[in-house]
Design a protein. Sequence first.
Length: 76
Amino acid sequence: MKKLLTVADVAQCLGCSEANVYALLEAGELPYVPIGKSKGYRIDPADLERFIGSRKVRNEGAKPKAPRPRLKHIRL
């Protein structure tokens, strides 16, 4: 059986604050296991991996710029 992660462990893995992890848990974006009334929450490492995988973004590269329209000179 895998060891479940604490909120502090997850925050360290994600490089964010524990408050951000709690916000993810409350928003339902990251599944958790409640442990008693005062022990807090535990997160399955597999769920954390799926969460990270679902958040990955691939840069498609710079989009080609549309040519600028040539403006006619205005004489005043």
